[in-house]
Design a protein around this ligand. Structure first.
Ligand SMILES: NC(=O)c1ccc[n+]([C@@H]2O[C@H](COP(=O)([O-])OP(=O)(O)OC[C@H]3O[C@@H](n4cnc5c(N)ncnc54)[C@H](O)[C@@H]3O)[C@@H](O)[C@H]2O)c1
Ligand SMILES: [Zn+2]
Length: 663
């Protein structure tokens, strides 16, 4: 390959990975691998200026605007950061800076929060706009989504300038991320890969109510305006805090790069104590005058440098691949590792996700593998040390039969996971379904825990959740650790669960892909189990947010004789199989067949309340205006493109008050 070809091929490769990372939120390379390729390209370009290209990934921010939001041109360009992975690079940077400035320089050290960049514009103390970085020149207007984040102040306090921008990062703290994933797994869906991509993906959702459910946070780090009441980065952080912004307290002033190194070393160790992901330290020249003097390269400020932490990675031997069966029958391959210390904990197992992942990594038993810990609950294998592989190691053959019941596994087209189809005879599925049924968010049966469920099943006292309601105290007393009192509590708990409202019963049934939210939606829509059981796929997918996958899973569930019998028995025992009259009270069909788009901010009710009112009265809410839209409910600060589109299509535009009168 000639140098020119090499440069071209690297550029193409990097464009491709930028797209996966910024647009699809689904990267294939680690950041380190990406940065090394970028560095290689940079060096080639430096040595061969004749092949210059102003669209090269070395000269442009990797993101882009999407078609789904209004495009906004940034008043001040949003740059990337130069990055370094070694102390030597930091020292070289210090030398360059001191030479340009002609003396010693003060630095601010901040943590590099790993999420999605955002620029917030405030006018007269009010949030006017929130825009993604996009390609650095223009971004997506995601104001409605950002407004759902509690950490973003809608109104400021103190002596703020009339108009300014503040930049920061939208992050998803570990705890919320783990919770979201637990819920997804519970509903039979695939977990999200990591907090960064999930945060970034959340901003691009069309439905702000969906964004509101995600526990996002917003950390701010930089003020931008024609004129600011401060003269340095450190002061600006303090000011931003005074005005009501969430500025993390870890930022510190340093007098040399040697001091910066101590900060880096400290946080390389302690970053795991923080509630959110960080991937490095950002070092900035403190004085704004000196920043101006240093200026910018094509892509980043010369006055700042990101020092990136190496991902916590270890290598260890993979002893054995085993397979776990979930309550929905989904099979998860697990790597059983030679124990290794990683990010402060001993790791013995790592997830291999599914058959595709195993094939992609070409991972085999006895391989030396690289294990990384990101935001995931359980660590993952990111690669294999092929140099250390014995050439005779056989390729991994994915399990063909269920490890628990021996049934042949199936894999539906388009799905990543294999399934054990032995719904009624596979022990972990039987036990898992009953454990799900009694869990806190479902039937919340007091006095009954997951282990007792397993005991009850193994003692042949129950085979399914309906059997719970036939249990008698005498039956369970002989069980291990069961005393008079605990047996009584258990029976009382089961009795009390008959009061649990229909929407939660529906969730408790454990139908694949029917999580809490979907169950609520269906309960409201169909009002009782018989109506739902006789719904067709076509009817189901006509409901907002119910897709083909959910619809098919529902019709499959009710097509089974056994399931229908279980439901009939539950009903007979007194479990709620319809909405209570008081829950139906504010439900009407007033808005049936009407589609609404909500835009802007409202005074009397929140967007979420507005949405609920529409749905409670039989209407539909859609994210974008089309020929099918009947009404645009317009609030303050509504996006001009929406308004233009509504006017063009002749959509009826109504105010908040008009709407409230309608219902
Ligand atoms: N894995 C992949 O395939 C892939 C692809 C593209 C990019 N990437 C990663 O993304 C990086 C490039 O992305 P980038 O251009 O967003 O640069 P960057 O993430 O390295 O640095 C710039 C960004 O850092 C963020 N930031 C966080 N804390 C900050 C703070 N305290 N002060 C200032 N900024 C702060 C800001 O959002 C800013 O836009 C690469 O280094 C690479 O690691 C990876
Ligand atoms: Zn099985």
């Amino acid at each position: 390959m000639t140098t020119e070809e090499k440069i071209k091929s690297l550029r193409e490769e990097l464009h491709h990975h930028n797209n996966l990372y910024y647009i699809q939120d689904d990267p294939e390379l680690s950041d380190y691998e990406f940065d090394m390729k970028l560095k290689e390209l940079q060096e080639l370009e430096n040595n061969h200026p004749e092949f210059e290209d102003k669209n090269s990934p070395t000269r442009r921010v990797g993101g882009a605007v999407t078609k789904n939001f209004e495009t906004v041109v940034h008043d001040f360009r949003m740059y990337s950061l130069s990055n370094s992975y070694s102390k030597e690079e930091l020292e070289d940077w210090e030398k360059r800076i001191e030479k340009a400035i002609g003396g010693k320089v003060q630095y601010v050290c901040e943590l590099k929060y790993d999420g999605a960049s955002i620029s917030l514009t405030y006018e007269n103390g009010k949030l006017a706009r929130a825009v993604t970085r996009g390609d650095g020149f223009q971004g997506d207007n995601v104001t409605n989504n950002i407004k759902t984040i509690p950490a973003v102040p809608l109104k400021l306090k103190g002596d703020y300038p009339e108009k300014f921008h503040i930049r920061g990062e939208i992050v998803l703290p570990y705890e919320g991320f783990a919770k979201m994933n637990a819920e997804r797994v519970e509903a039979g869906e695939e977990p999200y890969a990591n907090p960064r991509n999930t945060a970034s993906g959340s901003l691009k959702l069309q439905d702000s109510a969906e964004v509101a459910k995600r526990p996002l946070d917003c950390l701010l780090y930089s003020l931008v305006a024609d004129s600011l009441p401060v003269k340095s980065q450190f002061e600006s952080l303090e000011k931003a805090r005074e005005w009501g912004f969430k500025v993390p307290p870890e930022a510190e002033l340093k007098n040399s790069i040697a001091e910066v190194q101590d900060y880096v070393n400290y946080w390389d160790q302690h970053r795991h104590d923080l509630p959110y992901e960080t991937d490095g330290v950002v070092v900035k020249v403190n004085s704004f005058d000196q920043q101006d003097e240093l200026g910018y390269t094509a892509k980043s400020p010369r006055w700042a440098m990101a020092y990136k932490f190496k991902a916590e990675q270890e290598s260890t031997r993979l002893n054995k691949i085993t397979y776990q069966v979930g309550r929905t029958g989904a099979i998860t391959p697990v790597a059983n590792l030679e124990p290794v210390k990683l990010a402060g904990t001993i790791v013995k197992r790592a997830s291999l996700h599914n058959a595709d992942q195993i094939e992609k990594l070409d991972v085999r038993e006895q391989d030396i593998v690289y294990v990384e810990k990101g935001g995931e609950i359980i660590p993952k294998i990111v690669g294999v040390d092929f140099k250390q592989r014995d050439p005779n190691t056989p390729e991994t053959e994915y399990a063909t039969n269920c490890p628990e019941c021996g049934t042949e596994l199936i894999r539906n087209e388009g799905e990543a996971q294999h399934y054990c189809p032995n719904y009624n005879g596979c022990p972990p599925q039987i036990i898992g379904r009953i454990q799900h049924f009694i869990s806190r968010k479902a039937m919340d049966i007091e006095g009954l825990g997951g282990e007792t469920v397993a005991l009850l099943v193994n003692a042949n006292l129950i085979e399914n959740y309906a059997d719970l309601y036939t249990l008698k105290k005498e039956d369970i007393l002989p069980l291990e650790r069961m005393a008079e009192k605990s047996a009584e509590n258990l029976i009382n708990g089961i009795e009390k669960s008959k009061e649990i409202p229909f929407e939660r019963v529906l969730f408790a049934l454990g139908i694949r892909f029917v999580g809490e939210t979907v169950a609520k939606k269906l309960a409201k829509y169909y009002k009782n189990i018989d109506a739902l059981a006789s719904a067709t796929v076509e009817e189901l997918i006509a409901i907002d947010e119910i897709g083909g996958r959910i619809a098919e899973s529902l019709t499959d569930f009710f097509a089974s004789e056994e399931n229908r019998e279980l439901v009939a028995r539950l009903k007979q025992y007194g479990v709620q199989m319809e909405m209570a009259p008081e829950e139906l009270e504010n439900l009407s069909d007033k808005l049936a067949d009407k589609t609404f788009v909500i835009s802007g901010v409202f005074e009397k009710v929140s967007r979420n309340e507005l949405k609920k009112m529409i749905e409670d009265n039989g209407g539909k809410v859609s994210g974008s205006i089309s020929g099918k839209t009947n009404f645009l409910v317009a609030g303050d600060n509504m996006g001009p493109s929406k308004l233009a589109k509504a006017e063009k299509l002749g959509t009826k535009i109504i105010s908040e008050d008009d709407f409230l009168k309608m219902v």
